[in-house]
Structures are given as C-alpha cells and as structure tokens.
Design a protein around this ligand. Structure first.
Ligand SMILES: [Zn+2]
Length: 132
C-alpha cells in the first residue's frame, strides 16, 4: 500500500516531499501542457521551498532520461513480448508511449529528483496543520 509518509507517495502524487500535505504543482492535471512544470514556490503547509537553489530542477533532466528509458522498455516488452507485435510496431509503441506519457515523465522526474534531497518529516506534517 502506498500512503503518506512513504517517498513513493510524494513521487507518484507530486506532493510536498516534506509534509505530503499538498501538491507541489499549480495544476494537478499534468496534461494541461502549459502547466506541466509550473510549481508553487513554497509549500503553504510547511513552508518548504521546493527550488533548493537556482536551477535546482535542471538536475531532474538526468532523472528523466532514466524514467524515459523505463517507459520505453515497458512499452517494448508489452508490445513485443506480451502482445507479440512486430519489431516495427514495438518501436512505434515506444515513440507513442514517450510522447503520450511525456507530461507524466516530466513530473515523475522532478518528484524523484526533489525526493533525493528531501525526506518526509512527521513533525512538519503535523505541526502546521494543528495550528490552523
Ligand atoms: Zn509541505
């Protein structure tokens, strides 16, 4: 089960890596393409600043290569091994997957990237919510 407090929760849902109380993104829907990487500056709940240093999220580019490859491999296996498509179709499936999941890959990469540097903090999750 994935629940608040697990790194995976923040990575999958794009919530604040420290308190897991709210989305880091201004628009929860990644398929509104103009909003894909629009993030709030800080968490309104625990006041964590997401961009630790200027251009912090450029580093997520490296993560996106890995995530992209994972999606490509999955697409290939599903198409070629499970659905027994031809190689050509399998490559078309890879391209279609990478394009179709692009917004998700972008966000997953940012979520993974920031979760490398920040961890869930039980106290932060509690304190400000009881105050308000
Ligand atoms: Zn927070």
């Amino acid at each position: 089960m994935i629940r608040k407090g697990m790194k995976l929760y923040s990575i999958l849902f794009g919530v604040c890596p420290k308190c897991h109380q709210e989305s880091m993104y201004q628009n929860k829907n990644p398929y509104v393409l103009s909003d894909v990487i629009k993030m709030n500056e800080t968490c309104s709940h625990c006041k964590t600043k997401y961009e630790i240093e200027p251009s912090f999220f450029y580093g997520s580019m490296y993560v996106s290569y890995a995530v992209g490859i994972a999606f490509a491999v999955a697409a290939f296996i599903i198409s070629y091994n499970i659905l027994e498509s031809s190689l050509t179709i399998a490559f078309v499936a890879i391209i279609a997957t990478l394009i179709g999941f692009f917004p998700i890959i972008m966000r997953l990469s940012r979520n993974i990237w920031i979760n490398i540097f920040m961890s869930y903090d039980k106290e932060l999750a509690k304190t400000s919510s009881t105050k308000k």
